[in-house]
Design a protein around this ligand. Sequence first.
Ligand code: PMP
Length: 442
Amino acid sequence: MPDHLFYQSAVKLPTIARAQGVYAWDVDGKRYVDACSGAIVAQIGHGHPAVRAAMLDQLDKVAFAYRTQFENQPALDLAQRLVDLGGGRFDRVFFSSGGSESVESALKIARQYWVCRGEPQRKVFIARKPSYHGATMGALSMTSYTPLTQPFAPMFPLYPKVASPTQYRVPAGRSVAEHALACADELEAAILEAGAAHVAAFIAEPIGGASTGAEVPHAGYFSRIREICSRHGVLLILDEVMTGMGRTGRWFGYEHWDVRADIVCLAKGLGAGYYPVSAIMTRAEVTDPVLAAGGFQHGYTYAGNPLASATALAVIDVIEREGLVENAASTGAYLLQSLEQLASRHGFIGDVRGRGFLLAVEYVADRASKEPFAPALCFGDAITRAARDCGLIVYPRKSLMGETGDHTLIAPPLITTPAQCDEIVDLLDAACTAVQRTADAR
Ligand code: PMP
């Protein structure tokens, strides 16, 4: 059969036939453990009957309604539900369909807020390096990952990027805590350099996902960030596209440090792979000036449609009813421990880290010096391929010009049991052994 699809690579992948829970099967009947929820999306696993029932029920009523023509109850209910989950921190919600769209929405509401507040010179957005915030132009301009940004760099302004805090590669002579504060202070330096009156917002993930590989910042980091943003009137946007909806063992990543964000982006686990749905949560203080000036000049056709909203409501119900946030915390801690044991068996595993069910294994050429593998080696890709051969799906990230090593995200559905964690670790162990054997044979 001719293959008309084009993606990043020409590698022929297995064709999926079906999936249930944490498992997927290809058309040849081979079974895979989905140890990364697809792209950290399938929050409640595959084929959940409660979501299917809710979607069918909504399909029988109305699938689509356009937001300028009708209100719809599922969207109103979903907004209320998110506000409730936010524990009163947020009281305004805006829907879209994907993570990049939610980041675009956050950037645009922040920008329009400043225009409507009479400070149109606030047009500088500051992000971190490395970072990933999405593929659309605004989200890409916040992203610091050269292979993705370089071809498109002339199409957007070059915004300041400050260091993401790492606990793994702390510069010599600094403690983890000192390094975290130094990274936060880079934000203040960037704000002062741009001129505080020109800065609109700072965007960061609470726990770095694909970019840093589940790097958990030191406890002091976000309180310093909040302090700096407040001092200079800069809005704090938290990109919880990956960390939100229970992924890290809390409903939202910001809960780990009780950091107060002005805008939060959600996607991935919100629709859990059953339907594309994303959102931003913010406060009336941010939206009121915009609404008073004629409204948010932004929107997507599929935003807040009834089927998307009913799906997300059903997903949230499942997460609550099945205690999946708690499971992410406790079983995630067990998986982290098991991965640490795995590291003791493979010298090229430099670090194992993360929170809840957002975990990562980083591979290094030398454990003592933490030197990454040369990017040309594509070590992480070799692990991904070997894992797939063994029946394990993991989420890879290539090393970034020697700044970070190759890593694999291990982020299974929040329903994953300890026995299934054992299965994941055993399969990853087999994949690591296979890669080592190939390297030894060279
Ligand atoms: N932000 C973060 C933190 C992400 O991880 C991603 C997706 N990996 C996005 C934004 C973009 O989401 P999407 O691919 O759904 O547009």
